[in-house]
Design a binder for this molecule. Structure first.
Ligand code: ZN
Length: 739
């Protein structure tokens, strides 16, 4: 390097000037080049970074747009009402006036006052008051005022006007009020704004301006410090005691004056502030030529009377949904409990929170109720004449009834006899623990015994007790038979299975339980039939699974629910009061599944079905007073020890139903009247069951009618002298008598 440096000056001397120029130019050019490179590089970096950033932002925003649900304005009408509806049995698809679902019960949110108003009922000047004071260019823009939106973004970071609803058009405010997606600071605020922009563009694309404004006027908050009032209808009612269609211009301006801060500007609590802003609003209308000078003057001079209370009867929308619904009936009680449970599960909240959410409104709950049956049952239950067969203290005898279809949908339930004057009261059918008596036999012993081929229709069984250890550890002959004449007895005679069941002998189920073991029967009830009210003590005990003598008792709803297996091929569905639930936006948040447990096979189910028809069809059947003329009835009577409880459960091709009768504190029902549970069932359900006459249960291929030998109980051969008809699993037809 040193050598080179020394040589160079000599060579430079002769061309000094030129070199100087060259050097200067070179430096400039090099500097420029460098600057150029730097600028270009920076430029490229900026471009590339921007591209990356833009791409990332685009992806982000597009993802956002994807995950942002569309906002429907249709369902906002019901925003503070949760509606429980039922399927209209007279629904006619071709009739435009026919509704598929009718209102069963509406729950209003009493802390939030909303009443729907159609745009046609809202005066033009009322509409104008809101449009001109909130969003002058409403009819021109596509939902977003970009200049104002930019301001809003700035405001998120530099809150120059804190608390201002910066840049929101009527469309944006509507979306904000409908979705409850409220202001936030920083990145969350930006996200909310982006989400709102997408929703706004979408809402503007699919709705007419008129519909957007209608929605806005129904969701705009117009409350006081004390009352949450939403929409012009509820506000017109509260502040001025009139329907929205009767509002004056001055009153309209008074409402529109409140929007920025309702509590601070409402005409009841802040009349001066309201007046100032009312004037601003009227000025806007005047400026935009929406009103004349005269109208302006008149509106300002208007002497506005403030009422300040709710009397919805003056509103045009005072109807089934808005009026006081009175106490809930027994069906609604259950539907409410189930709805709260499903809502809690969906949102991952407690049932208390779910209850508040449901009361907050907007849900539509599609119930399983058969309104006609429910009302008929309520009437029948309150009709004292139906209980005259219980002459002693007939007025205080308690009763409960329930009906379910073959997929577990509850059609009707009445949990007590008197007038129901409170919501959510004790329901004997679903909460009471009472002995089902002999109604336990088909589900706890006969069905599992037929299922495991322990017995057929005509197995010969001796009417004699089993020997079990009593509480003192001594051997005891058990159980006694009940008889219609009172007192227990063992005939020692042989009877066929179906006769044992029809005459409700206790000895046969005791023998079956002994063979199956009490534990097996207990588990069958619990696991296959979903009976969960039994306790540990019942598991090793003969009494419960043989004659229904459980430690505490069962819910009637459980027993009735279990009987569905005899009418649907052995399938056990859980009981339900709700088919599905929609949120305020119409999104299904719960839907009943068609899941079931195959408790017994279809052949067992049908053999049981035919055996239990004998309970009403046979001349000695204990339920013969319930016999229907036109419809198959599969049934069982139940009487608990000491005549404390009478139960009757019946299956007709359309539904399973049951009734229970008894006194409080397990008082004895007078002997001699017990046999009337079948007649009472018929009084309650007979007409309902025969509404669609000539119905029969379907016979599965796996079951056949056949003759059996009345001497041996086996399938009859040609040489058997006496035979009778019975129903058999085809798999057992080979067990022929060898007479
Ligand atoms: Zn024979």
């Amino acid at each position: 390097m040193e050598d080179k440096k020394r040589v160079v000056p000599d060579r430079r001397k002769g061309k000094r000037r030129k070199r100087k120029v060259n050097t200067a130019l070179g430096i400039i050019s090099r500097v420029l080049k460098t600057i150029g490179t730097v600028v270009l590089s920076v430029f490229l970096i900026v471009i590339i970074t921007s591209c990356i950033f833009a791409t990332v932002l685009t992806i982000y925003v597009l993802n956002f747009a994807d995950t942002t649900s569309t906002v429907s304005l249709d369902r906002v009408a019901e925003s503070n009402i949760s509606r429980f509806v039922y399927e209209n049995p007279d629904y006619d698809e071709k009739d435009p006036n026919s509704q598929q679902y009718n209102l069963y019960y509406a729950i209003r949110n009493n802390s939030k006052h909303v009443l729907w108003a159609d745009i046609e009922n809202i005066p033009q000047y009322t509409q104008d008051c809101f449009v001109y004071s909130e969003d002058e260019r409403f009819y021109q823009h596509d939902g977003i005022d970009f200049k104002r939106t930019l301001g809003a973004f700035v405001n998120i970071f530099l809150p120059i006007y804190p608390g201002r609803q910066g840049g929101s058009t009527i469309t944006q405010q509507t979306i904000k009020n409908v979705t409850g997606d409220s202001d936030a600071a920083g990145i969350k605020g930006i996200e909310r704004k982006i989400r709102e922009i997408f929703r706004t563009i979408n809402v503007e694309r699919v709705n007419r301006k008129e519909d957007i404004l209608q929605c806005y006027l129904n969701v705009v908050p117009l409350g006081t410090y004390k009352y949450d009032i939403v929409g012009v209808q509820a506000a017109a009612n509260f502040y001025f005691g009139k329907d929205v269609k009767d509002l004056t211009l001055g009153e309209s301006a008074s409402l529109a004056a409140m929007t920025t801060a309702p509590a601070a500007y409402n005409p009841l609590e802040a009349p001066k502030e309201n007046y100032v802003r009312r004037k601003v609003c009227l000025n806007k209308l005047l400026e935009n030529g929406a009103i004349s000078d005269d109208e302006y003057d008149e509106a300002l001079k208007e002497n506005i009377k403030i009422v300040g209370n709710f009397d919805y009867s003056s509103a045009s929308v005072y109807d089934d949904e808005t009026k006081d619904q009175g106490p809930t009936d027994y069906f609604m009680d259950e539907a409410l409990t189930e709805a709260e449970d499903k809502i809690a599960k969906y949102y991952g909240i407690s049932t208390e929170e779910a209850s508040a959410k449901l009361n907050g409104g907007g849900f539509t709950v599609y119930t399983t109720v058969d309104k006609n049956m429910q009302k008929t049952l309520e009437t029948n239950m309150q009709n004292a004449a139906n209980f005259l067969n219980y002459p002693i203290e007939s007025d205080t005898i308690l009763s409960a009834a329930i009906a379910v279809d073959y997929t577990g949908s509850v059609k009707a339930v009445v949990g007590g006899r008197g007038t129901k004057d409170k919501s959510r009261t004790f329901n004997i059918a679903t909460q009471g623990k009472r002995s089902p008596g002999s109604c336990i036999k088909p589900i706890a012993s006969y069905a599992p015994a037929v299922e495991s081929n322990l017995v057929t229709w005509s197995t010969k069984i001796k009417d004699e007790p089993i020997v079990i250890k009593n509480a003192q550890g001594q051997n005891e002959k058990w159980p006694q038979n009940y008889s219609e004449t009172g007192g227990g007895n063992w005939s020692g005679k042989y009877m066929f299975t179906w006769q044992m069941l029809a005459q409700s002998k206790n000895t046969c189920p005791a023998q079956l339980v002994q063979k199956l073991t009490p534990e097996y029967c207990f588990n069958f009830l619990q696991e296959k039939l979903g009976i969960s009210t039994m306790n540990e003590n019942d598991m090793h005990n003969y009494s419960g699974v043989t004659v229904g003598g459980f430690n505490e008792g069962l819910h009637l709803s459980e027993v009735v629910g279990a009987y569905m297996i005899f009418g649907n091929g052995g399938r056990k569905y859980e009981l339900s009061y709700i088919n599905y639930i929609e949120d305020a936006q119409g999104k299904v948040i719960y839907e009943k599944t068609d899941g079931y447990k195959q408790a017994i096979s279809d052949d067992t189910a049908y053999v049981m079905n035919r055996m239990m028809q004998q309970v009403v069809n046979d001349s000695q059947g204990t339920g013969r007073n319930a016999k229907l003329i036109t419809t198959d009835l599969v049934a069982k009577t139940g009487t608990s020890s000491n005549w404390e409880d009478l139960t009757f459960v019946g299956c007709t091709p359309d539904f399973v139903s049951g009734i229970w009768i008894g006194y409080d504190n397990h008082k004895t029902i007078p002997t001699g009247y017990y046999k009337n549970s079948d007649a009472l069932w018929k009084a309650m359900f007979g007409e309902l069951a025969e509404a669609e006459p000539n119905k029969e249960f379907d016979v599965p291929d796996s079951v056949q009618k056949a003759y059996y030998c009345t001497q041996t109980g086996l399938i009859a051969s040609k040489t058997c002298r006496t035979k009778a008809e019975g129903w058999f699993k085809t798999s057992q037809l080979g067990h022929v008598c060898n007479h």
